[in-house]
Design a protein around this ligand. Structure first.
Ligand code: SAH
Length: 341
């Protein structure tokens, strides 16, 4: 019989399971606390749980964990982990230190099948989805390693969260639960390349998270060149979904726009971007393209980026330029990989 992935269960599911074993519902709360607050990796450590139940759980369940295969520390303090999963696959996780606290960038898939031409994470396709427990374990392991709390989460590592919808949502619900790490949904960002039907599905859940859209181009024709997902959903459909999302949830959307020299950084691009976003509560994050081996693109120069930002501001679009962290250890946006190299 396949073992139960106990770290991926939400509290209600855990209650159902634990009571089915004949234990009281409050015991499920205790086990959940061990798994998600004290973040232990074995049943032996759950000292207030009866020995017989612990043995039963150990026989029927696994607790997802990750182990550090490699760790690199940047001159700016950013840490990149190569985490190994139980089956030997690896993903990368990045810890960023800000004045307001520690922020973690988690991966949600081994590889990615979205095929964006400027991104390292997708170069070898997708191997598999991560479970909620494996996404959680990245944060738990990182907190133990640094001996500090993580207060912000960006789902911007390897993979496409909306292509692993249920596990990504379970992750958000568990990490924000008061009986778990209790990280406010306000401090969680989920980034997507724009899988339109899933944006509507997400809107219905009315989570408090921030939705980030990786836009990077302002017309369907142009976006198709760098982001194949546009073959399935046009820019118009994507923007309509974003407008609907803000109406349904009341939440501001953040748009990521990677600046690629000669590709999307012209005056006309800025104008088209402003036209697209007109009237929507939004924020634009300009990201200077980070170098990726095997990619034909180069980053826009600083002046072009500032001019672009200024043009947006003049057109009443709220835009900031993202700070580049961890570039010396290839831990910046689009540089994460699932290989050990
Ligand atoms: N699949 C999701 C989550 C990944 S987030 C998404 O597409 O949003 C990673 C962010 O980095 C995305 O906004 C992505 O478009 C951006 N990115 C990818 N390659 C990059 C590069 N070379 N330089 C800068 N940003 C890049």
């Amino acid at each position: 019989m396949e073992k139960i992935d106990i770290r991926s269960l939400q509290l209600e599911q855990l209650k159902e399971y634990i009571t089915s074993l004949g234990a009281k519902p409050f015991v499920a709360g205790q086990v959940y606390t061990w798994l998600h607050q004290k973040t232990v990796d074995s049943f032996d450590e759950m000292t207030n749980i009866s020995k017989s139940l612990r043995e039963k759980l150990a026989g029927e369940c696994v607790i997802s964990t990750v182990s550090i295969r490699k760790k690199q520390v940047s001159t700016d303090g950013t840490i990149k982990y190569l985490y190994q999963l139980a089956d030997g696959n690896c993903v990368e996780t990045v810890l960023m230190r800000y004045e307001h606290g520690n922020s973690i960038c988690v991966s949600c898939q081994v590889g990615c099948r979205m095929g964006c031409t400027f991104c390292a994470s997708t170069q070898h396709g997708k191997v598999r989805d991560l479970t909620a427990g494996e996404i959680l374990a990245q944060l738990y392991r990182t907190e133990k390693d640094i001996g500090e709390r993580v207060s912000n989460i960006v789902m911007m590592g390897i993979g496409e969260p909306l292509d692993n919808f249920d596990n990504s949502i379970a992750f958000i619900r568990i990490i924000s639960s008061p009986e778990g790490k209790n990280i406010s949904q306000r401090n969680i960002s989920l980034s997507t390349c724009g899988i339109v039907p899933k944006i509507y599905e997400l809107a219905q859940l009315k989570l408090g998270i921030t939705l980030s859209i990786s836009l990077h181009a302002t017309t369907t024709a142009k976006r198709k060149v760098t982001m194949p997902v546009t073959n399935a959903y046009s820019v118009e459909e994507l923007i309509k979904a974003c407008r609907d999302y803000t109406k349904i949830t009341g939440r501001r959307i953040s748009f990521e726009y990677t600046m690629i020299r000669g590709v999307n950084d012209s005056d006309e691009d800025a104008q088209q971007l402003a036209d697209l976003l007109r009237g929507m509560i939004s924020h634009v994050n300009l990201i200077p393209l980070n170098p990726v081996d095997g990619s034909p693109y180069t980053q826009s120069d600083d002046r072009a980026i500032r001019t672009f930002q200024k043009k947006l501001t003049n057109l009443h679009v709220n835009a900031t330029i993202r700070r580049r962290l961890g570039q010396d250890i290839s831990a910046a946006c689009g540089q994460l990989r699932n290989e050990n190299r």
